[in-house]
Design a protein around this ligand. Structure first.
Ligand SMILES: NC(=O)c1ccc[n+]([C@@H]2O[C@H](COP(=O)([O-])OP(=O)(O)OC[C@H]3O[C@@H](n4cnc5c(N)ncnc54)[C@H](O)[C@@H]3O)[C@@H](O)[C@H]2O)c1
Length: 418
C-alpha cells in the first residue's frame, strides 16, 4: 500500500483536473512520457524527489512512472505545495509527503520519509535532500547512484560540496542546461513573480519604482516584465559586468542603500543572504512592499524586520504588515519565501515543460550510465538540443539547416577577406 501524508485526500479530484491542464501545455514532456512508456528505461528505479509539489511536477512524476520508476516525493519549500495536486498524486499511488504550511520540523520529516524509500536516484530543488542524505542519513548514501538538481542555489551548494570533497555521488546540473535557465529562470520567474505580487497585493505596477536585486537570469526576466507593466525599474547588483548589462538594457542601477530610499516594491533574486537588511529597511518609504523570488527565505532579513517592528498584522493571504516604531509600515509578501510559488502557482507549464524534460532525460541518462564520478555534471548537449527541437516542433516553428557548403565554410580557417 502506498504511504502518503497530504493535507486532504478529498482534494484529489480537483488536483487531477489541474494536472490535466498542465499536461496539455507540456508537449515535450508528454512526448518523453510516451517514449518512456514504450522503452521503460527506468524499470525498478526508486526515485526520491524533493521538488515543489505543483501540477507541473505531477506531470513529471507521471512521465517517470511511465518509464517504470517508483517515485517518493516531498516538497522543496514549506509554502509551495499545491494541496490538491499532492492529494491527486497520493490517489494515483505516489508516496507523497507534502502540504502547504509545513513547519521547518515537518519539512525535514517529509524529506526523511522520502529517504526511507531508499532512492537510487535523487531529484532536488535547492539540495536539501542531498544535504540531508550527506549530513544526517549517511546509511542511505551507499544505495544512491546519482541525482539531479533543478535550481541555481542548489548547484552552488553542490559545487561547494564537490570542492570540499564531500559529495558522494554524481549530480546532473539541470539548472545549467540552456533550455532550463534561459527560459525557466528568465521568463518563468519574470512572469510568475509578477503574478505572485499581483495575487497578494493587487497593486498597480505602472508608475511604481520597482527594485530588482540581482540581475542574473531571474532578475533579468523580472526587470523585463516589470518594465512591461509600466513600472520604473531599478536594478541593484554586486557584479560589475551584470550591472553594466542592466545599464545598457536601459535600467537605472543603484546601490541598495540609495534604492531603499526611492523604491516602492523590492524583489530579491540573488541566491544571497541579507540583501535587504535593517539599515535598508530603516530608510524605506511608508507602504514599501518587500518580496523574494530567490530560492531561500534569507534574502530579506526577516529577523531584522521583526526587530524594528512593534506590531505585525496579516492583511490578506501572503501579505503581512509590519508596523515600525515611528509608525511607518512595510509589507512583506509570502513570509519572504519564493513569492511566485507561495503566492501564485510557480512557473507556467509551458516553461516547466522544458525544465522537466531536462529532468526526465537526465534521470534516464543517470539510470543508463555505468559509472560516474561523484561530481557535478553538465546536462549533455544532445539532451539540451533535443529539448529545444521538440519544443520548436510543438510550437510549429521551423528553422534552417546548414548547407554542406556552410558547414565546411565555418569549419575552415583558410577562407578570409574576398
Ligand atoms: N523563483 C523561482 O521560481 C526561481 C527559479 C529559478 C531560480 N531561482 C532562484 O533564484 C536565485 C537567483 O537565480 P539566478 O539563476 O538568477 O542566479 P544568477 O547567479 O544568474 O543571478 C544572481 C545575481 O545576483 C547577484 N547578487 C548576488 N548577491 C547580490 C547582492 N547582495 N546584491 C545584489 N545582487 C547580488 C549576482 O551577482 C548575480 O548577478 C537563486 O536562489 C535560484 O535558485 C528561483
Amino acid at each position: 500500500m502506498t504511504e502518503f501524508k497530504v493535507k486532504d485526500i478529498l482534494l484529489a479530484k480537483q488536483g487531477i483536473l489541474l494536472i490535466e491542464w498542465a499536461s496539455r501545455h507540456m508537449p515535450v514532456l508528454s512526448q518523453i512520457k510516451r517514449q518512456f512508456e514504450k522503452e521503460k528505461p527506468l524499470a525498478d528505479v526508486m526515485i526520491g524527489a524533493c521538488l515543489h509539489v505543483t501540477k507541473e511536477t505531477a506531470v513529471l512524476v507521471e512521465a517517470l512512472t511511465a518509464g517504470g520508476a517508483e517515485v517518493a516525493l516531498c516538497g522543496s519549500n514549506p509554502l509551495s505545495t499545491q494541496d490538491a495536486v499532492a492529494a491527486a498524486l497520493a490517489e494515483k499511488g505516489i508516496s507523497v509527503y507534502a502540504w502547504r504550511g509545513e513547519t521547518t520540523e515537518e519539512y525535514y520529516w517529509c524529506v526523511n520519509q522520502v529517504i526511507d524509500h531508499k532512492p537510487i536516484i535523487t531529484m532536488d530543488d535547492g539540495a536539501d535532500l542531498v544535504s540531508t542524505l550527506h549530513r544526517k542519513r549517511t546509511e542511505a548514501l551507499k544505495g544512491v547512484k546519482g541525482g539531479t538538481e533543478e535550481t541555481t542555489t542548489g548547484i552552488m551548494r553542490l559545487r561547494s560540496m564537490e570542492k570540499a570533497g564531500a559529495l558522494k555521488y554524481p549530480i546532473m546540473a539541470v539548472n545549467d542546461a540552456y533550455t532550463k535557465f534561459l527560459f525557466d529562470n528568465r521568463y518563468g520567474t519574470g512572469q510568475s513573480t509578477i503574478d505572485g505580487i499581483m495575487r497578494s497585493t493587487n497593486v498597480l505596477l505602472a508608475g511604481k519604482n520597482f527594485v530588482v536585486c540581482g540581475y542574473g537570469w531571474c532578475g533579468r526576466g523580472l526587470a523585463l516584465r516589470a518594465r512591461g507593466m509600466g513600472a520604473s525599474v531599478i536594478v541593484t547588483e554586486v557584479d560589475p559586468v551584470r550591472a553594466l548589462e542592466a545599464v545598457m538594457d536601459g535600467f537605472r542601477v543603484l546601490p541598495i542603500e540609495k534604492a531603499s530610499r526611492v523604491g516602492d516594491i523590492f524583489v530579491t533574486t540573488t541566491g544571497d543572504i541579507s540583501v535587504i537588511r535593517k539599515r535598508h529597511m530603516l530608510e524605506m518609504k511608508d507602504g514599501t512592499i518587500l518580496a523574494n523570488s530567490g530560492h531561500f527565505n534569507v534574502e530579506i532579513n526577516i529577523s531584522d524586520l521583526n526587530s524594528i517592528s512593534c506590531s505585525k498584522r496579516t492583511i490578506r493571504p501572503n501579505l503581512e504588515e509590519y508596523c515600525l516604531q515611528d509608525g511607518r509600515k512595510l509589507y512583506l509578501l509570502a513570509q519572504g519565501r519564493l513569492v511566485n510559488l507561495a503566492a501564485a502557482e510557480g512557473h507556467p507549464s509551458e516553461v516547466m515543460d522544458m525544465s522537466f524534460a531536462n529532468q526526465a532525460l537526465s534521470v534516464e541518462h543517470l539510470a543508463k550510465k555505468e559509472k560516474m564520478e561523484p561530481k557535478v555534471y553538465s546536462v549533455p548537449k544532445e539532451i539540451d538540443e533535443r529539448v529545444a527541437k521538440l519544443k520548436l516542433r510543438a510550437m510549429n516553428v521551423e528553422i534552417d539547416e546548414l548547407t554542406e557548403e556552410q558547414e565546411k565554410y565555418i569549419a575552415t580557417w583558410e577562407a578570409g577577406t574576398v
